[in-house]
Design a binder for this molecule. Structure first.
Ligand code: ADP
Ligand code: MG
Length: 691
């Protein structure tokens, strides 16, 4: 039960049937026809073991003058006993016409007394695990449903018309009457289903509104930086380029947020290559200049390392101490690094989510930046938000109180503790419907312009039978001193097959390109080895990089001008767009070759077409959402990560609109009911993503 997440009565009440069986009526044996699924009752005329092609148990059931054969190829002696001649059996199964008349093979059999009552409702069949018998689960759910506190919380006048109460809805879904429309039950269009979905969507909207509301009462350190000759100014002065107008605009938006005493929750979206890193660096500089620490987190070590190198290069000469924390840094090295973070000595901390592990307690975290935030899973993001709130939260005093000279996050007793500002970055813009629902609590900044001097990447789609042509193209690029990526996909989700494929490609290309250096990068490599290969490719000592998808996000090697993606049809659209964004970063004309294996399915076709049609990250994201649906899009892969359990954003958009309209009314007019409604759903183990 725990494995199914069934802990409370409410959990049980919300554990809905997969399908139903009709045990409410009996079909007379005389009325049975070949192919029917039916429940029948009769008395055993005889029961014997026969050895035909194999040993089997044959039971002859009689009802008046009609007969039915029950055939069991596997059986226990106890079964044979319970079906002895004279026993009355209730039997459910599929009828087929056999050589000796109608029969059922392996039906469900129950011994009953004469006139035993029939169930009054359809029998639910629940999702379960192999160790948990259906009959046991059925009893548990029925008991849980009876006990669960399901009283109506929502005032009638705010509910959409025509929906049953929550208790009625659940009662109906678990035990529908025999005349219920199975179709409406199974396609979730029945009013009982609608009520449940509405409940869930409303809870989600309320929790978003609450988060927004609560944030108004939160406090954050105002990060104003020095007005002139501050760190940000000095950083701008040493950059080898001028900011684009879009970068200036979003930097100003961020700076205005940071200066406020409420925590910023801002999402910076900008297409691949639009230059988000420098915007992050400027925000970090502002925080550090104001005497606070900044944490920058990336989803992979390679990406984190790249940020680390760039930020060290930019900020260390200006006197900023930068620390580096990832999962692969362990033991003493980690302890020392953590100490530098905890003491406040390191002003900027770069790393993977190792940055927020339990031993890390920032001395004064003022700003957290999350790069490629959509790459962090939903659960990871939820954990991150909790951890960040904690970082600056009440545990502060338990950490040895005020560290001399560093100050404490508590400024004066009794007031809300300080929270860090939060800046999230993504190259996958969030389509409007999702922004309205999951990200209602976020401010948005958009970089809508690429740095000057970029030539758009030319995209080509080839069948993988044309590999030789592609290799010739690689030679041309290399001859001009350029570099090349070759990306191998995840095949059958198996790392070892994956690896074999990448290794093979690596060997093929090494052989086909004598006199050139080819490198290999894959997920099984140790982090330092990965970093070394990446560094060699960055430095240009490696000319061709064969990689599994580890390179997909954020890698920046401006001299690379050709990207080959093998089995492009297996990648998500946003992923392909990201990969394509790895080239075209310098001034050279760049090409992205998408190789596909025939035959191409509908989804694969749609993806490749979208890649040919557009370079616009927003358009790509919109089509990606269409192809994959919101759950996948948001990075929710494991079932435990489901964003919504019952509702579907696309199918239930009308209910969503109603929930959006009603949530503020409920909050204003019935704040307690709103509170209890959210509690009920959070209590049911559903955590709503707030950004
Ligand atoms: P992304 O938004 O994909 O994270 P990056 O921050 O990695 O993009 O920037 C891509 C490349 O563009 C980097 O090499 C970066 O140094 C460069 N860049 C950023 N801003 C500018 C600019 N205003 N002018 C010229 N080059 C820039
Ligand atoms: Mg980036």
């Amino acid at each position: 039960m725990a494995r199914l997440g069934l802990q409370s009565d409410t959990d049980l009440a919300l554990h809905l049937p997969l399908r139903y069986e009709d045990e409410t009526r009996l079909t007379p044996l005389a009325a049975l026809r070949d192919g029917m699924a039916a429940q029948v009752e009769g008395v055993v005329a005889d029961c014997r073991i026969e050895a035909r092609s194999r040993r089997q148990l044959i039971v002859r059931l009689r009802d008046g003058g009609a007969e039915l054969l029950l055939r069991f190829l596997h059986f226990y002696p106890s079964q044979q006993k319970s079906m002895a001649a004279g026993a009355r059996l209730r039997v459910r199964g599929e009828v087929r016409g056999g050589f000796f008349g109608l029969e059922m093979v392996h039906p469900v059999v129950k011994a009953v007394s004469e006139h035993a009552p029939l169930p009054q409702s359809l029998t639910p069949v629940y999702p379960t695990t192999s160790q948990l018998p259906q009959a046991y689960l059925r009893k548990a759910v029925a008991a849980g449903l009876a006990r669960a506190p399901l009283q109506e919380l929502l005032p009638q006048e705010l509910l959409p018309a025509g929906l049953p109460s929550l208790r009625e809805a659940l009662q109906f879904l678990h035990h529908p009457p025999p005349d219920a429309s199975l179709e409406a039950l199974l396609d979730h269009s029945h009013p009982a289903w609608q009520r449940l979905k509405f409940e869930e969507l409303l809870a989600q909207q309320l929790s978003q509104a609450q988060a927004r509301h609560e944030r108004r009462d939160l406090r954050a350190p105002p990060l104003r930086g020095l007005q002139s000759d501050g760190l940000t100014q000095r950083l701008l002065a040493v950059l080898p380029f001028a900011l684009t107008a879009a970068q200036q605009r979003v930097s100003a938006e961020i700076a205005a947020d940071l200066a406020r005493p409420q925590p910023m929750h801002r999402l910076l979206q900008g297409d691949v290559g639009s230059g988000k890193t420098v915007v992050a660096a400027l925000a970090a500089a502002r925080a550090i200049d104001s005497g606070w620490q900044c944490a920058l987190m990336a989803p992979t070590e390679i990406l984190a390392e790249q940020h680390f190198r760039k930020l060290v290069q930019w900020l260390q000469p200006l006197g900023v101490q930068v620390a580096w924390l990832t999962g692969s840094r362990k033991g003493k090295a980690r302890t020392q690094m953590v100490e530098r973070v905890n003491s406040g000595e390191a002003a900027l901390v770069v790393g993977t989510h190792a940055v927020i592990q339990d031993d890390v307690h920032f001395a004064r975290l003022g700003l957290a930046i999350i790069d490629e935030q959509h790459r962090f899973g939903v659960q990871q993001r939820l954990a991150l938000r909790r951890k960040l709130a904690e970082q600056a939260g009440p545990s502060e005093s338990a950490r040895g109180g005020d560290r001399a000279g560093l100050g404490s996050m508590h400024e004066g007793g009794g007031r809300a503790p300080l929270e860090p500002h939060l800046l999230m970055m993504t190259a996958t813009p969030i389509p409007r419907t999702l922004a309205m629902t999951y990200f209602a609590d976020l401010e948005l900044s958009t970089i809508d312009e690429l740095p000057p001097g970029r030539t758009p990447v030319l995209t080509k789609v080839f069948a993988d039978t044309r590999r030789a042509e592609v290799v010739a193209r690689i030679r041309d690029e290399l001859a001009q001193g350029r570099q090349v990526y070759w990306v191998c996909p995840l095949i059958e989700e198996s790392e070892s097959v994956d690896l074999r494929h990448a290794t093979q490609t690596f060997e093929e290309l090494s052989a086909a390109l004598p006199g050139h250096t080819v490198g290999l990068l894959h997920g099984r490599m140790k982090a330092p080895d990965k970093a070394q290969v990446m560094a060699q490719f960055s430095a240009g000592t490696l000319q061709v990089l064969v990689a599994t998808t580890v390179i997909e996000v954020g890698v920046d090697v401006p001299n690379a001008s050709l990207m080959v993606v093998e089995h492009a049809e297996r990648f998500g659209l946003s992923q392909l767009h990201q990969l394509r964004g790895r080239v075209g970063r310098g001034s050279a004309a760049s090409v992205c070759v998408l190789l596909y294996a025939s035959p191409l399915g509908e989804t694969g076709k749609a993806r490749l077409k979208a890649m040919l049609d557009t370079h616009d990250g927003f358009e790509i994201a919109r089509r990606d959402l269409e192809i994959r649906g919101p759950g996948e899009f948001m990075g929710a892969r494991q079932s435990g990560d489901a964003l919504l359990r019952f509702a579907d954003l696309q199918e239930d958009s009308q209910l969503l609109q109603q929930a959006r309209r009603i949530a503020p009314l409920l909050l204003a007019q019935h704040p307690q009911a709103a509170q209890r409604h959210v509690q009920r759903w959070l209590g049911a183990g559903i955590d709503f993503l707030k950004a």
